[in-house]
Design a protein around this ligand. Structure first.
Ligand SMILES: [Zn+2]
Length: 297
C-alpha cells in the first residue's frame, strides 16, 4: 500500500489552533500501522498540482482565489494552508494515475477524501475534492468507479460533482440528522445511494449498510473503488453520535477487501475523510482499516 503524506502537511495543514481537524492523526495512524500491525507503508510526498488540474472539478475563479490564500474555512489569508489543501488534491490525482497505470493497486491518503468540497466553494473543512478529481481520472481512463463513504457525514460534494457521470456510483452511509443535512434518499437512476442512520446507530447498522451498498455495487460492476474511510462514526468521536467500534470498521474493511479482490482487481484509493479524535480512536480506526485492506489473500 502506498501512502501520500509529507512534512509540509505536518507544518502547514491547520485551520487554526482550536479547530477539530488535527493533522497529527495521520502521523499517529502511520505509527500504529508500523507498531501494532508490523506493516511498512510506502510513504510518498504529495505533489502540488497545477491550477488547471484542480479546474477539472472546480471553477477557475474558486481555485485561483483559494490559491491566493483566501478561504472562508480558515481565518485571514494563508497561502501555505492553500498549498496543503492543493497537495491533498495532487495526491488524489497521482493516486488515480498510479492505479490506472497498474503501478500499485492500493493507496491511502490519510488527509484525503475531502468529500464536502463543491465545485465553487469549500464546505465542512473540505477545500478541493480529491475524491471527485480521482473519480474523473478513472472515468477518463475508461473505468467505472464505486465511491463508498462511511464517514459520519453525508458525502454531499462527491455526490454533487459525480451525479451526472453514469460511470460513477456513490454510496454514502452517514448519521442523519447531521451536517450537511442531505443524503436522505437514493437516486438509483443516477447511481446515487444513501444510507442515513439515526444518532446512536451501532456497528450492526454500519455492517448492514455496507453489505447492502456492495450488493448494489455488484450489479453496477465497478473497476475501482474510492473509499472515504472517515473514522468519525466511532463511538468516541466528538463530532457525531454514532456508536461504531474499531472492530466494526475492521469488519467492513475486510468485506470491502473481498469485494475489491473479486470485482476490481484489488484497486482502491482510500482517503481518511473525517476523524476528530486524533490521539485516540481516529488513528486506531485508520490503522485497522489499512491492515484489513493490506492483508495478503
Ligand atoms: Zn465526517
Amino acid at each position: 500500500v502506498r501512502v501520500y503524506f509529507d512534512d509540509f502537511m505536518l507544518e502547514h495543514y491547520s485551520f487554526g489552533p482550536d479547530h477539530p481537524t488535527k493533522v497529527e492523526r495521520a502521523e499517529n495512524a502511520l505509527r500504529l500501522i508500523r507498531e501494532r500491525y508490523g506493516l511498512e507503508p510506502d510513504v510518498q510526498p504529495m505533489r502540488i498540482p497545477d491550477p488547471g488540474e484542480l479546474c477539472e472539478m472546480h471553477t477557475s475563479g474558486y481555485v485561483l482565489s483559494v490559491l491566493d490564500g483566501e478561504c472562508p474555512e480558515w481565518p485571514g489569508s494563508d497561502v501555505d494552508m492553500a498549498t496543503a489543501c492543493a497537495k491533498i488534491a495532487g495526491a488524489g490525482i497521482d493516486a488515480a494515475e498510479a492505479i490506472i497505470s497498474g503501478e500499485v493497486d492500493k493507496i491511502f491518503s490519510p488527509m484525503g477524501c475531502k468529500h464536502h468540497a463543491h465545485r465553487d466553494r469549500a464546505s465542512g473543512f473540505c477545500v478541493f475534492n480529491d475524491a471527485a478529481l480521482a473519480a474523473k481520472k478513472f472515468v477518463d481512463a475508461g473505468m467505472k468507479v464505486l465511491y463508498l463513504d462511511w464517514d459520519a457525514h453525508h458525502g454531499d460534494g462527491v455526490e454533487a460533482l459525480t451525479r451526472d457521470m453514469p460511470e460513477v456510483m456513490t454510496a454514502s452511509i452517514h448519521q442523519s440528522p447531521l451536517f450537511p443535512w442531505t443524503g436522505l434518499e437514493h437516486d438509483a437512476e443516477r447511481h446515487v445511494f444513501n444510507y442515513p442512520l439515526a444518532p446512536g446507530s451501532d456497528g450492526t447498522h454500519l455492517r448492514r449498510a455496507v453489505t447492502e451498498a456492495l450488493d448494489t455495487a455488484t450489479k453496477f460492476g465497478p473497476d475501482v473503488i474510492i473509499l472515504a474511510a472517515g473514522a468519525d462514526g466511532h463511538t468516541s468521536d466528538p463530532l457525531a453520535q454514532l456508536r461504531f467500534e474499531t472492530e466494526d470498521f475492521e469488519a467492513v474493511a475486510t468485506e470491502l477487501r473481498g469485494f475489491s479482490d473479486e470485482h476490481c482487481e484489488g484497486r482502491i484509493y482510500i482517503g481518511g475523510a473525517g476523524g476528530y479524535d486524533a490521539e485516540g480512536s481516529t488513528p486506531r480506526v485508520y490503522a485497522a482499516v489499512y491492515a484489513a485492506l493490506d492483508e495478503k489473500p
